[in-house]
Design a protein around this ligand. Structure first.
Ligand code: SF4
Length: 365
């Protein structure tokens, strides 16, 4: 482990920050609801037991920050439909077992479809190059951090037997929807540091101005998270809707301009349903007209499955969890009918899913 990592895992500093949070909560003099928007934050919080260090009255919930979890069931159905039409579907491993209406990609593979797990968009291109007589479709999921690399391969003339099925999502509009939900009542957002390396923290300036809710961009070591919470509480105690970059070793105000330019040259924002949350204007990333030749939706029949999912799936409250309205242990299926070995909802599949993380760390972490 590097010196720098150890520095951000210093238990004494964590204790000092916990004391500082306690003092700030006295100043605030009332309950505070914070939301982070990233599965990696939830992993750090659970792994290092950070919730146990928070003062009474301070709630820290996970929002719509797991890209696998917010991928809508019809989008999984589209990938399954493409696989069942004979194309090779390349997918990130986290998506492999996410349930669709009738099948997951894992089910499709068990029934004979060719589904390959890749670790990057460029690996999906390699798959197309290695299989020139096959049609290869990359099921492109994730937020800005993976949308930018998907865009980079499309501007680089991929082979003609390569297509993209975009289920990429764009986080800021989802934060707006959550901020507007009457029953969530969020006092501050801890924004994801890795997405901000691409977008820059300046992206949140209009949000802070419009919604008058403080936003702090945070990293993923325990001290990063505690510092982010400290800054949010400071803003709340001062009644200031501020914006701060608490992850300056990786994030700048402008972000990665070249990656952003490439991303917006390939994708445009469209309205789309985030699983279990809402139809969110501008929160899906679709391929622009100029890239229609690479668009799997133009090449394949991706009509959605008819009929609803099985009754057990309808009991899944993953959407409420990602909107900050429920915790995993409030779901009747948590740890019983729904486990990582037998997931009912997407939140139990992904390593960034709150249910999977809570299950791994033994309940309410
Ligand atoms: Fe959905 Fe399973 Fe989580 Fe319940 S425990 S909300 S069924 S993923």
């Amino acid at each position: 482990m590097s010196e720098e990592t150890l520095q951000f895992r210093n238990p004494e500093q964590a204790e000092q920050l916990a004391d500082r949070l306690e003092a700030l909560m006295v100043e605030v003099d009332g309950p505070v609801n914070l939301m982070h928007v990233c599965g990696s934050h939830e992993q750090a919080i659970a792994k290092f037991g950070l919730r146990s260090m928070l003062p009474d009255g301070l709630s820290l919930r996970m929002g719509p920050g797991c890209p696998v979890c917010v991928t809508n069931m019809p989008e999984v159905d589209e990938a399954v439909a493409v696989a069942n039409q004979g194309a090779i579907v390349a997918t990130y491993g986290d998506m492999f077992r996410v349930p669709g209406t009738k099948q997951s990609l894992a089910d499709a593979r068990a029934d004979g479809a060719d589904v390959e797990i890749v670790y990057s968009a460029s690996e999906a291109v390699e798959l197309a190059e290695e299989n020139p007589d096959e049609e290869v479709v990359f099921f492109a999921t994730g937020f800005e951090t993976t949308a930018a690399p998907t865009a980079a391969i499309l501007v680089d003339d991929p082979p003609e037997n390569f297509w993209v099925l975009s289920a990429h999502k764009y986080v800021p509009p989802a934060m707006e929807v959550v901020a507007e939900m009457p029953d969530t009542d969020i006092d501050g957002f801890l924004a994801a540091g890795h997405a901000a390396t691409i977008t820059g923290y300046g992206l949140f300036e209009p949000f802070v101005e419009e919604y008058e809710i403080p936003v702090v961009v945070g990293g993923f070591e325990p001290i990063d998270v505690m510092l982010g919470i400290e800054r949010l509480l400071e803003y709340i105690s001062e009644d200031v809707a501020g914006l701060e970059n608490a992850y300056p070793r990786c994030v700048t105000r402008e972000g990665n301009r070249a990656a952003l330019e490439t991303m917006w040259s390939v994708f445009e924002k469209t309205s789309g349903e985030w699983r279990g949350i809402a139809e969110i204007p501008g929160a899906n990333l679709a391929l622009r007209e100029e890239y229609a030749d690479y668009d799997a939706r133009e090449r394949f029949d991706v009509e959605p499955e008819t009929g609803g999912p099985d009754p057990l799936t309808e009991q899944c409250v993953c959407g409420d969890i990602m909107a900050g309205k429920a915790d995993p242990d409030e779901c009747d299926l948590f740890g019983e009918e729904c486990t990582p070995g037998n997931p009912v909802g997407a939140c139990m599949v992904s390593s960034e899913g709150t249910c999977k993380i809570w299950h791994e760390y033994g309940g309410h972490p």
